[in-house]
Design a protein around this ligand. Structure first.
Ligand SMILES: Cc1cc2nc3c(=O)[nH]c(=O)nc-3n(C[C@H](O)[C@H](O)[C@H](O)COP(=O)(O)OP(=O)(O)OC[C@H]3O[C@@H](n4cnc5c(N)ncnc54)[C@H](O)[C@@H]3O)c2cc1C
Ligand code: SF4
Length: 510
């Protein structure tokens, strides 16, 4: 069998395969590397633990069904807060296309100051804006990055922009990887119109056209080494009862690329006894995120319009980025305060709600530990300076909505009711117990960081795991710091660089 999509769930009995390059994980990083290498003539196999879902199927699933089938563990993953840190709900995709399938489509280049930090702190001297330009342009063309027109903004976003204008804060148009988006606002549950150019639509079909095999329901458990060289992977076909691990999977390869995402790549390296223990699974950053809802007298119907269409960088210097978002009404209804009649009354006003989100450009503090089962245990110790930003990010959003005429705001604090401007200003956010703060992340990064020395990193500037031949990492885990902006374009840019450098390096003999 060659050049196609295959489901390991349909197989009976063990599977052994052979290729030039095996890529573990089919998300933003893995799909890019697989495609670039397949197009250079190499025999590539992609192994993905999750299912493959067609665009037409996305539209048939309710959001709760998408979460069950395509979000890892039904979106119930968390980084456990240590010390004065909130526990952070971390979501990621599990399927062909990885988390790329679930994005709001937001695309940012690696910010210049972040690159300069990488050059200064990690010795990544070749990571300048000019030197990355060919790679980022290549990705932007492949995934069709375009600016969201103001006309596609939801009323929710327009209201925030009105408030921001009154406060003198700039709001910019977002760039997204879309083609023919109709603004239906379903992006986080898979685009039903095939308009979001996630890697399952933009990259993997190219890889398959060049002979790559993409296996879904294929769980990798270990990287296999011979001497100091990676020579393949082993794992399980998820063909047991209800998709549980079943028959053995063995792939012999001349090169191994791990792109299982920042949550699972370090776990796989640890399980395989690879990578320097000082850095593998350490320094994970998350972009801790918060959202504020605001109730207006007018009908807002915030679900109509491009999901994420604008952002505000007024507080960039303080490590805070604000951006538009909305969540499906069913999910939103469940988050409204009260029980019984009170909850029904609150949920009935969903059509009057606007929403904005804010993320912290965090210092890191996440650590991946081997868990009792397949999933790692992740802890997060927020730095005091990041902790101090939580009240500020919430206040910026609330005050912007009040400036736009909001009657009350709902802040991300468990047990909190709607607060009018006076009640909000009387709330001492800095003294709220951290355990009451609702915090979410979609951006785990940095757990197998890149650097110029084995003393400061897991992989070298080419993406190679130090001291292991033919073992590469090409996903969000190599980005050595947080970015302060959504990461998919940066992950794909670095993965492209890694793939094109890999092409220049001949494969070893078997
Ligand atoms: C809801 C949501 C919205 C987002 N919105 C945006 C946005 O608008 N803009 C943006 O820039 N970013 C966004 N992101 C983040 C972005 O999607 C991720 O940063 C990016 O996709 C990460 O790429 P990756 O290659 O590191 O991992 P992923 O894309 O997560 O891919 C990893 C893949 O590896 C698979 N895998 C893991 N372990 C194994 C194993 N052992 N064997 C086989 N397969 C395995 C996983 O199932 C997964 O499919 C969003 C993320 C989420 C969850
Ligand atoms: S808003 Fe656009 S990109 Fe998002 S799901 Fe709808 S059509 Fe797809």
């Amino acid at each position: 069998m060659s050049g196609g999509y295959h489901s390991a769930r349909d197989l009976r009995g063990p599977l052994t395969l052979d290729c030039d390059v095996v890529v573990v994980g089919s998300g933003a990083g893995g799909a890019v590397v697989a495609t670039e290498l397949a197009e250079s003539g190499l025999r590539v196999i992609v192994l993905e633990e999750g299912p493959r879902v067609d665009a037409s199927v996305h539209g048939q699933m309710r959001p709760s069904e998408s979460m069950r089938h395509l979000w890892r563990d039904g979106a119930f993953m968390a980084a456990l807060g240590i010390g004065d840190s909130p526990t952070i709900n971390v979501t990621m995709g599990r399927g062909v296309g990885g988390s790329s399938m679930l994005t709001g489509g937001v695309c940012f280049r690696v910010p210049g100051p972040v690159l300069r930090e990488w050059q200064r702190e990690l010795g990544l001297e070749d990571f300048t804006e000019a030197q990355l330009e060919p790679y980022v342009s290549r990705v932007e063309e492949a995934i069709h990055v375009e600016e969201v027109p103001v006309a596609m903004r939801s009323r929710s976003t327009a209201l925030f922009a009105e408030g921001a204008a009154k406060l003198g804060m700039p709001v910019h148009a977002m760039r997204r990887n879309t083609r023919g988006c109709d603004g239906c606002g379903r992006c986080n549950f898979g685009c039903p119109h095939g308009a979001k150019m996630s890697v399952d639509l933009s990259y993997l079909p190219r890889a398959v056209a060049h002979g790559a095999d993409v296996w879904s329901h294929a769980l990798v458990e270990r990287v296999v080494t011979r001497g100091t060289r990676a020579v393949g992977v082993t794992g399980r076909l998820l063909n047991g009862r209800g998709g549980a691990p079943g028959d053995r999977l063995t792939v012999h390869a001349r090169r191994v690329v791990v792109a299982a995402g920042a949550w699972h790549t370090p776990a796989l390296l640890m399980r395989s006894g690879l990578g320097h223990p000082r850095w593998v699974g350490r320094q994970m950053t998350l972009h801790p995120g918060f959202r504020v809802l605001a109730r207006f007298d007018e009908s807002v119907r915030g679900w109509q319009g491009a999901l994420q269409s604008a952002y505000c960088d007024a507080f960039e210097g303080d490590g805070i980025t604000l951006m538009s978002l909305f969540v499906p009404t069913g999910v939103l209804g469940a988050t409204m305060p009260g029980v019984g009649e009170e909850h029904v009354a609150a949920a009935a006003r969903i059509g009057n709600l606007a929403m904005f989100g804010g993320i912290i450009h965090d210092e890191g503090g996440g650590a991946v530990h081997r868990g009792p089962g397949r999933e790692p245990v992740v802890t997060y110790r927020m730095s005091p300076s990041d902790r101090a930003k939580i009240p500020r990010v919430i206040t910026h959003m609330a005050e912007t909505f009040f400036a736009a005429g909001a009657r009350e705001v709902f802040i991300p604090v468990l047990g909190s009711r709607g607060l009018d401007a006076d009640a909000f200003r009387a709330t001492d956010l800095a003294r709220l117990p951290t355990s009451r703060i609702e915090c979410a992340s979609q951006h785990p990064l940095g757990s197998a960081r890149m650097g110029c020395s084995r003393e400061n990193s897991v992989v070298d500037p080419e993406g190679r795991v130090w001291d292991v031949d033919e073992l590469y990492v090409a996903d969000g885990s190599v980005l050595p710091t947080s970015l302060g902006v959504n990461p998919q374009l940066s992950i794909m840019t670095v993965a492209t660089r890694t793939a094109l450098r890999m092409r220049e390096r001949s494969l070893p003999a078997r």
